[in-house]
Ligand binder design. Sequence first.
Ligand code: NAP
Length: 370
Amino acid sequence: MSEAKVVLYGASGYTGKMIAGQLAARGIPFIAAGRNAERLKAELANNPELAGAQYEVQGVACEVGPLTELFRGKLAVYNTVGPMMQLASPIVEAALAAGCHYFDSSGEQDWTAHCRVTWGNKFAAAKLTLIPCMSMMWASGDLASALVLETAGIDTLDILYVPLGSSPSVASTLSFLRMCCQPQLKLVNKELVEWPPATTFQAVAPGTHEVLTCLPWSGGAEPIWYQDHATVRNCKVLVSFGSPEHMERTAALTREFREKWADQPADVQERATNEMGHQMTTKEPPRDDPNISRTIVSCHGRGEMAHATAVLWGVRGYDQTGHIGAIVLQRVIAGQLRAHGFVPPSIAFGARALLQEWQDAGLVTAETIR
Ligand SMILES: NC(=O)c1ccc[n+]([C@@H]2O[C@H](COP(=O)([O-])OP(=O)(O)OC[C@H]3O[C@@H](n4cnc5c(N)ncnc54)[C@H](OP(=O)(O)O)[C@@H]3O)[C@@H](O)[C@H]2O)c1
């Protein structure tokens, strides 16, 4: 019988392998699962970070029944199989049926909202925790927001991500294309309101002189997480990957998508963005290089008179996801999970605790300016 208390589903992928490496670095036994045992074994055997690690490979189809059997008796599952809106429902259903906490690496706003509405109350009733987007995008904005909300009277969160110098993985490309082509929401006076589609915006990031070209990039998980917050009324997220040409090209793609596909059924739309994505990214990217992979995530908080800004300066965006995936599983095992149901990372684990872990790993340093 395996000693592992946690399951990593999608361990053969780019992000899954990073989380596996971090579980190994922490000495945490885990089940490395995915749909294809042979591919899992090959991918993990090639990962030097896993030499001597305690993990058991399990090839299990992405279906509720077999996944429930896999998860039974475990504490938590972290899922990296995406796009989540296309693939992850059976994994959440199985986690709930087996009595496991569920986390994933998604960046998809509609998936986050779907999780909230479909399973939020069910996980809460079962005293289980459900957190999609336990990843660089969008946990960082939640953690920056939590620092800002330490100042009393803040009701408005204005969040900006500037992740530079990372190349997307295959599934990331599929996910981000569907995210940018679907309706993208911000919280305005407690209501979710759609951003104007296929439109770029301008923003200024701390520590940069250029005015950046941005997109909502799905709208982020933060407006969904903060929808029922006691004091937050407004929450918006913008993203710039630096180059204005790249951002304008993405906006043009979403315009093209709207003209051709927006009136089609959901499955046709999903196939369309997948086809676009498979043409764009065909192979796994190299690991992030800290000399070029730099991240800035800032949150300006405002109330009537109250104001505060939090900035997270970081490197290696994908590694931030690799670390936070392993950190939350480690914290669940250690009994450090503070909340159940559909909650943001800051409520489940404490913003300062998670930021300290990223800082100790040399990945993120955070500051608050009042
Ligand atoms: N928001 C963020 O900051 C952030 C950061 C990192 C990743 N992500 C998201 O995490 C997801 C995974 O990214 P990645 O970098 O790991 O991508 P990847 O390298 O392309 O890996 C995809 C993984 O999904 C599995 N998979 C694909 N189709 C499947 C299916 N139909 N059934 C079961 N498994 C399937 C693959 O298994 P096989 O090996 O068997 O093909 C592989 O393990 C993406 O949605 C990405 O957007 C988000």
